[in-house]
Write a protein that binds this ligand. Sequence first.
Ligand code: BGC
Ligand code: CA
Length: 357
Amino acid sequence: MRREIALLLGLALTLSPLTGCVRERRERTIRVGVTLYQQEDTFISALAQSLQQKALEEERIRGIKMNLSMMDGWGSQAVQTEQIDRFLDKGCDVICVNLVDRTAASTIIDKAHAAQVPIIFFNREPIREDLDRWDRAYYVGSHAAQAGELQGELVARAWRESSERMDRNGDGVLQYVMLEGEPGHQDALLRTEYSIKTLTEAGITVEKLANDAGDWQRGKASVLMTQWLQTYGDQIEVVFSNNDDMALGAIDACLEAGRSKEDLPFVVGVDATRPALEAVREGTLQGTVHNDADGQAESILSLICALAEGREPEKAVLLEGGTYVWLNHTVVTRENVDEIRSERRAAPILKALETGK
Ligand code: BGC
Ligand code: CA
């Protein structure tokens, strides 16, 4: 059932013969256990890849060795908890957890505390009382409400600028459907709430036609959207989606139902994954909100190194209340999509990882 994804990132330092340097001896190995809630999740796999890439860079630049053992929790808390037990048994210096079930945090923090191994949660946020159980439990993520607000602002601006195109039935009311992530996930709850709140606070009258959980998945969202198209057809003016994969699923459903690319409802997502950026460029996805996977990976890595080397984490990352590292979101539309793309293309180590060299 379990699959160990990877990777011993112990690349030998290669040294230029021109400088005549000798091979540097590795003084220190940092052992890190990382467990993902579901490796095939598009956003999570981008974040994980970025983390691997940055660990390689860290090894190269600082001449340390990083053993990053990354596991897939396969959507099962029981499987993930067992992986954490193994990380602790094996003597990891730090563990990083993308929880399957947010409510399982307290048990896991207690285990890490007993073993005196610092723990970094990311993307799936434990409640504050759980994080407060131990002062070496951290969370790296982005403010869920902010993503919702920015998504709402994006739609509000488009509605003001081109309501004649968006308001298909001309009644002055914005009719929408909402594709929600997994129930109970902070990003599903808060993105849903704040996107709509932002519109109504901007004075726009909205009408919800339908909402349901697509669990972050493109296929599930496409099934939901197919049903909604049958029931509401042309009445759907805007599709809000809690993430990009589901937004792409809604677009798939529209195209399969025979809509042309020019006749799609106004679809918006969150994440700015690679396929979503392509869709923004193509004009099928009207916009998204950049959920900074690279920034989160970078903060996680800085925290790992500080904690493993006994340095103060406050000096390595911007730490709110001794516990939280927050990354900012930005709006992405056709106007600025190339800026985000070139940022991603700049990553130099990716090739080495893909080819295994
Ligand atoms: C992302 C989703 C992802 C989820 C997984 C969210 O922050 O926007 O794309 O599926 O995290 O936990
Ligand atoms: Ca309308």
